[in-house]
Design a protein around this ligand. Structure first.
Ligand code: FAD
Ligand code: EGU
Length: 471
């Protein structure tokens, strides 16, 4: 009946390249299915390393990511170490803070520590007897024909490993993806945005959070933007976004203070003037890239997931969440097609590409939008309008961020719905305007105003004005 090697107990070998967030989670998904899982990661074991250099320090975890963690029994473990953020806190230039809720009480996102999340996922993957974690293994080359991979080791040696399926979870600069570029009919685009980001820390004050902890703090200033997420040690990690050009203009400690005085004055005492002068120059600003490609697979041998398949700019807080959702989608298709890679891989590409492309576009759209005209007033106004319309028509109008953040509505469907809602709103506004014109005309015809009543006050006003200007 089942012709797969699975039933004979000799499950296929799945090589997960990259032991970052998506790779470590994916290892759990494949291990749970009983595959022989091998994870290959360039870095040393971050659970043993003293200094972990990574991208952002903390991340916003939302519904899609949580659902994926739930699939491997990790949701509670991670959520318990996350800090709920029920609302944004908008900081205006004057220092005024305005909270804007994400939704109802149960609708919140979590600030989670990236390093801890990665460690917990690796530890979980490690608990499966059919999983082996290989650190200090950097993929150098692989063959789509044979599934043979070559890894470089820190001592300069190389090792070769064969797998039935190669899962590329090696991030935005994926070495696995490099081979795809040689194949015909592979679409690829990457865009670096002009902005860079820099992380700064708001330390705890007298052992307490220096700002309200259960918020995503945002300082929207058009071209310049800062956001801060809380950490378990009562610090906040601020991420400053601005054009590289602007980063480069600031070359001295005093210029840093001057800049902050102008755009983020309330943040100076929070970060501390001396720390700010020092930390600004600690690391150069980091680049952000958007990568889109398709297909995500080659034959029945290789598939890309997470940032390797779709690096998105961080302006929707969805990069990791989308990568985690990739794992669920793949898992569901594995059920549907009985783990037959030759059927699963094309189906995964067919189903997932439109959604990943949609979130990449949305994140880029939001970047352009925020940069162009989002100051604190506009941000507050737009979110209030969204929330009001949702309150008036809860079934018809659902804010885009709600669909993206708090549901598993397919990203491309969320975008379609958003456009549809826009048409409904515009039609509503048009209908309202037409109603006012026709209704007003009808009322005027039915109850023609007494000309004398209208003219007399006008005359009175004119007389008064005339009295004023004549000496
Ligand atoms: P990575 O985390 O990059 O992991 C890739 C792994 O592969 C690494 O461990 C790397 O060492 C390894 N690797 C690379 N090359 C090789 C090789 N040749 N051989 C072997 N191993 C290799 N997402 C959210 O959901 N919410 C947020 O709030 C959020 N905020 C962000 C803020 C910023 C400033 C940035 C830059 C990103 C943010 N993201 C956020 C996105 C998120 O960081 C990524 O989407 C996520 O890290 C992707 O995980 P990944 O495992 O695919 O890739
Ligand atoms: C950027 C960097 C507010 C973490 C988008 C909202 C982000 C995050 C928003 C980073 C914004 C922007 C949304 C969430 C989240 C908002 C969202 C952005 C987490 C539309 C650690 N964004 N981010 N939108 O609605 O849906 O609050 O680095 F400023 S969480 Cl840019 Cl929900």
């Amino acid at each position: 009946m089942e012709e797969s090697a699975a039933s004979q107990g000799e499950k296929k070998v799945v090589a997960v390249v990259g032991g970052g967030l998506v790779g470590a989670l994916n290892a759990c998904f494949f291990a749970k299915r009983g595959f022989q899982v091998e994870v290959f990661e360039t870095r040393e074991d971050i659970r043993k390393a003293k200094v972990v250099r990574g991208r952002s320090i903390n991340l916003a975890l939302s519904h899609r990511g949580r659902q994926a963690l739930k699939h491997v029994g990790m949701e509670q473990k991670i959520v318990s170490k996350g800090i709920p953020m029920h609302a944004r806190m908008i900081h205006s230039l004057s220092g005024k803070q305005s909270p804007i809720p994400y939704g109802r009480k149960g609708q919140y996102i979590l600030s989670v520590d990236r390093a801890n999340l990665n460690k917990e996922l690796l530890t979980e993957a490690d608990t499966y007897p059919n999983t082996k974690l290989n650190f200090d293994h950097k993929l150098q080359n692989w063959s789509a024909e044979t599934g043979l991979m070559t890894f470089g080791r820190p001592d300069g040696s190389q090792t070769e490993v064969q797998a039935d399926l190669i899962v590329g979870c090696d991030g935005a600069f994926s070495a696995v993806r490099k081979q795809f570029l040689r194949h015909s009919r592979f679409n690829y685009s990457q865009t670096y945005i002009p902005h860079g980001y820099m992380e700064l820390t708001i330390p705890a004050q007298n052992g307490e959070f220096a700002m309200k902890p259960n918020y995503l703090h945002i300082w929207p200033r058009n071209t310049f933007m800062m956001i801060a997420l809380p950490n378990l040690d009562k610090t906040f990690t601020c991420t400053l976004f601005m054009p590289f050009e602007e980063f480069e203009k600031i070359t001295t400690g005093d210029e840093v203070i001057e800049f902050f005085q102008k755009y983020f004055p309330d943040a100076i005492p929070l970060i501390g003037a001396d720390a700010l002068k020092r930390d600004y120059f600690r690391l150069p600003a980091q680049a952000m890239v958007s990568v889109k490609c398709s297909p995500y697979h080659i034959g029945d041998k290789c598939v890309l997931m997470g940032d390797a398949a779709h690096a998105v700019v961080p302006f929707y807080g969805q990069g990791m969440n989308a990568g985690f959702e990739d794992c669920i989608v793949f898992d569901e298709i594995m059920n549907q097609f009985n783990e037959d890679f030759s059927a699963v891989l094309p189906e995964y590409t067919r189903v997932r590409v439109p959604d990943d492309h949609a979130i990449a576009d949305l994140a880029m759209y939001n970047y352009v939008e925020m940069r162009a005209h989002v100051n604190s007033k506009w941000f507050i106004f737009r979110k209030r309008v969204d929330n009001l319309l949702h309150f008036l028509m809860p079934k018809t109008i659902i804010p885009l961020y709600t669909m993206v953040t708090f549901t598993r509505t397919r990203y491309h469907v969320a975008v379609e719905r958003w456009h549809w809602q826009d048409r409904v709103i515009n039609r509503g506004l048009l209908l309202g305007a037409v109603g006012v014109v026709f209704g007003g005309s009808y009322l005027l015809i039915k109850n023609p105003p007494n000309i004398n009543k209208l003219v007399v006050p006008a005359e009175k006003i004119w007389n008064k004005l005339a009295a004023l200007i004549t000496p």
